[in-house]
Write a protein that binds this ligand. Sequence first.
Ligand SMILES: Nc1ncnc2c1ncn2[C@@H]1O[C@H](COP(=O)(O)OP(=O)(O)OP(=O)(O)O)[C@@H](O)[C@H]1O
Ligand SMILES: [Mg+2]
Length: 256
Amino acid sequence: MASLLRGIAKAMHQSTEVLCLDSVIKTYGSKANKVTALGGVSLSLQRGSFTAIMGPSGSGKSTLLHCAAGLDTPTSGSIRLGGTEVTGLSKSALTAFRRDHVGFVFQAYNLLPALSVEENISLPLLLAGGSVEKGWLDFLLHSVGLEAHSGRRPSELSGGQQQRVAIARALITRPYVVFGDEPTGALDSRSGKQVLDLLAHTARELEQTVVVVTHDPVVAAHADRVIFLADGAFAGHLDGASPTQITDHMSTLGEW
Ligand SMILES: Nc1ncnc2c1ncn2[C@@H]1O[C@H](COP(=O)(O)OP(=O)(O)OP(=O)(O)O)[C@@H](O)[C@H]1O
Ligand SMILES: [Mg+2]
């Protein structure tokens, strides 16, 4: 009975929409040199889902991620993140919302060199005026395999280790969504795989929603769903796909 109830609770939990984009258009520049980076994209992501976004260079992947994460504002359309219409927020409200509810992992790790691993991970919570729960911090340090290095400075870590600090930092506020723009782009393929395995594993364990942009079919195969973009529009999706299936679909989308 208890396990049945847990199953129902989990199913209800998972069917919760956490991110919704409705007809998002983003153009850059004015008349003569206008670029349409996103031509009206709609998307709905459920809580706990792991999504990869792929597409040729210039297809609008970073633009989509930046708009969805509130780092950039769309020209038109609506974006709801965790039930809040982010396109309606003032600049300062958006900054606070992002700080409290959105996690990022960029290609460049963006760690603060003067702070220790532990301090870098805790920083978003402290900036949000929260206090750090020791148990949660220890859990994250353990999850990313850095409990033995918590006092080190970023310069004393490898690239893969630094990216794992960035992942723990992105998770510390328990954000609605963690966004990654080519988070393994600067790593060799072995550390890239470790970082992605870890992100996928931790996300599943925590039912954390994750969206990553990647060029790598092996990385994308970690995702529940791969969404393809071409010329600022959707160009299909694959669920639970293998690297080979992803590569095959990529080859139908022209030059990469
Ligand atoms: N700030 C900007 N000003 C003008 N045009 C821009 C700007 N940012 C992006 N673009 C244009 O919008 C389009 C989409 O760019 P975007 O960076 O989203 O592509 P991408 O899919 O992330 O490419 P890549 O794989 O190379 O990172 C491109 O044509 C790009 O030149
Ligand atoms: Mg990009």
